[in-house]
Design a protein around this ligand. Sequence first.
Ligand code: B12
Ligand code: SF4
Length: 468
Amino acid sequence: MRILLIWPSVKDGELFNFLPLGLGYVASNLPDGCEARLWDGVIKKEPNSGVLEEIALFKPDLIGISIWNFNLVSAREVAELIRGSYPEITIVVGGPEPSGRKEKIFEVIDADYGFAGESEKPFRKFIETAAENGFQHESIRDISGIIYKDDTGVPVLAPVKWESIEDINYCDYELIDLKGYLDRGYHYGMHSRAIRTAPLLTTRGCPYSCEYCSARMVNGRKIRARKVESVIEEIKELHHTYKIDGFNIIDDNFTFYKDYAKEVCREILKLELKNVSFNSPNGVRVEFLDKELLSIMKKVGWECVFIAPESGSERTLKNMKKKLDLNVVAEKITMIKNAGMKVFGFFIIGYPGETEKDINKSFDFARNNGFDYVVYTCFHPLAGTPATDKLEAAGEWIETGAGGDYYDVAYAPDGLTKRKLRMLRLWGLFRFYTSSFSRMYNAATSHSLKRKLLFIKKLLIPSRSYSG
Ligand code: B12
Ligand code: SF4
């Protein structure tokens, strides 16, 4: 079977520097005998119409599109183009957006099948089953997370089973053209030394219930880890084949199983890699940091620890169901600094129910604790999260299927306007980065000038992500 995987075009793709990692994972776990190709509109910087040429050349039996909220509009355009010219080809969608929207995904995109949750094993089963029996409902309906339409066209979702990830193959870096991304300046995370960076996934899942977050819809609540040997193999391949010197662990909760995290770190140390740094740029829960773990992280090459208190207001934290004690955050910041690393803090502003007073509490908390860097992102309602469901029920949010990102101010709580939020965010960043010489220095040296300018443009000029 020939399978064409699609990563839709996105304007400003350079700023986000995304890798189509999900498609690389899906591809490396396909059954033998499948031929997979990727059409990547971001790296090609081509409009989505380019996909039609690829279809004419490759003649795929099936097309798979990866959808996040930021490329939703573009993904819809891709599906429309394919339907218009090749109505006979089966379209399958997967990724964070179908995982959150589940059965409602077909309301925003014209596809035949969807997958909710991580999909290496389910998609493989789907392809195997389809090769044997075609797409018969009886044979596919038990596949974990599959979304299909019944005989009357009503969408049906099979429950997602969060299976072990010990035996999955890691990403096919050749298919996603990691080298091409690196050559075009792909860089993610804050590494002062690293030039060539890559993401690295060691565990999946998060047992917390933060109401704004949709990670558990993609990866479930149960934390599952890859085999340490497989992680080490991947590091070796990335380092030797792609000359990666900056690794970004993108787990939902890398430090949750401290013993696993420590074992991964110890095995990395045994590799005796020179001039390599590590990072966990989407944040770790502070509760699980202890002196031993921090000391080994430092030895491995962590320069900065990213944490995500999200708010300095107890009231907002309670609304978020964040289950976080700000005193513990303050304590752990000191512990991280004592271990010789910097601290980066993520904060959400404009959360439902927040007032300007709550937002100022976040700004004060950030300034008065030892953060070296902060980022204030505006709350964006994500499909399928309790926060979004509540807003919809209260008539405060109408889902348009327009996607978006946190730099757009998509929502403003009662008593605040989007304009006010935008101004508050700039004011908060200004106050933080001018509050000490070292923070000013950090802001000046953290990214290349090009990335800084793109970031400032994004802050000042609100835009929507759309196809290229
Ligand atoms: C690392 C990460 C990033 C990295 C980039 C990662 C990358 N791939 O290059 C960075 C920091 C750049 C990033 C940015 C953003 N992120 Co982010 N990110 C993550 C994180 C932690 C892991 C994502 C990842 O790469 N996973 C590994 C790969 C293997 O998984 P995957 O892509 O999900 O693919 C699997 C399945 O989804 C599925 N699948 C995917 N595609 C397809 C296609 C087919 C056909 C099939 C069958 C299956 C399938 O199978 C894959 C294998 O299991 C997730 C949390 C999470 N647990 O998902 C959030 C997450 C995906 N991010 C999220 C968001 C909202 C964002 C931002 C929009 C936030 C923002 N700043 O505005 C930005 C997007 C850019 C923008 N500004 O518009 C949301 C997405 C919600 C949504 N509905 O889209 C998540 C779920 C976190 C959250 N807050 O809830 N992110
Ligand atoms: S925000 Fe972090 S801790 Fe909270 S549910 Fe999402 S991944 Fe888990």
